[in-house]
Design a protein around this ligand. Sequence first.
Ligand code: AR6
Length: 176
Amino acid sequence: MDGLDGRIRVVKGDITTLEVDAIVNAANASLLGGGGVDGAIHRAAGPGLLAECRTLHGCDTGSAKVTAGYRLPARWVIHTVGPVWAGGTRGEPGLLASCYRTSLVLAATAGARSVAFPAISTGVYGYPIEAAARIAVREARAFLRASRVPETVFFCCFSQSDREVYEALLNQPEGA
Ligand code: AR6
């Protein structure tokens, strides 16, 4: 176990339904919507989300920007842009880690007590789930050790197999 006393949790399901302070969107650089979790978030939030996203003028890969949650249960959406997997030699691990760190900084700055992440980059963008989840867990652990806010990070998995990957990682000691 990781000594974080349940501050990192794994859930399976649709991130748009979660009653958390902030959810993270796996967006693209335009921030103007797309498929996958991005499409689901825009559908559930309603047109106000796209209108606010238009004012943001996009986002760099590895960075993140915050909007309101509109019709979502979540008060905020943190839009981050993961790297497209290109074999792992184009800086993808560092960019993916930066997505998690930047999103957690924004969540903390907003005062979000709970934040839920999807498995960024592992859908359309093709990042292998084991490698991506390892980065997600490492970054969440490091951030939570250094910060009392957010109190809880949820990893929201869309499939049982992804859930098992995260649970296995969280049952390993750090650095294993
Ligand atoms: N709740 C939780 N997770 C979900 C949901 C949901 N409702 N829907 C899908 N997932 P992806 P990416 C999972 O493709 O790889 C978009 O078009 C999905 O099973 O959504 O970062 C953007 O606009 C997978 O595990 O994001 C970008 O163009 C994970 O979310 C591009 O896709 C991420 O898959 C970003 O690609």
